[in-house]
Ligand binder design. Structure first.
Ligand code: SF4
Length: 95
């Protein structure tokens, strides 16, 4: 069930995380926030597990990926959040 306090249609970057986490009542833990965010994405807009893993693999091999913070230098987003939605694409068109 999707949390009524979440609108999982956008992609948020680390700057938005604290605001999002507080609004959703998730606390300040990044991994907890990410896990709940990914779980809350409606299935009709979520990428398949195969596509998600393909995207993450491409990000991990990309020079714009910051592994320490899980973010993309091109857009500032957490790559897991971008990769999890079918309609969202890589800013460098890698996926
Ligand atoms: S979203 Fe694109 S540009 Fe950003 S890290 Fe992934 S592959 Fe690289």
């Amino acid at each position: 069930m999707v949390d009524a306090n979440i609108t999982p249609i956008g992609v948020f970057c680390p700057r938005c995380e604290e605001k999002f986490a507080k609004a959703a009542g998730y606390g300040e833990n990044y991994r907890q926030t990410l896990e709940k965010y990914l779980t809350a994405i409606p299935p009709e807009i979520k990428t398949s597990p195969e596509e998600y893993n393909k995207r993450i693999g491409l990000c991990e091999g990309c020079g714009q990926y910051l592994a320490d913070s899980f973010t993309c230098l091109m857009c500032g987003c957490y790559v897991q959040m971008r990769a999890a939605k079918e309609v969202i694409s890589c800013p460098l068109s890698k996926w």
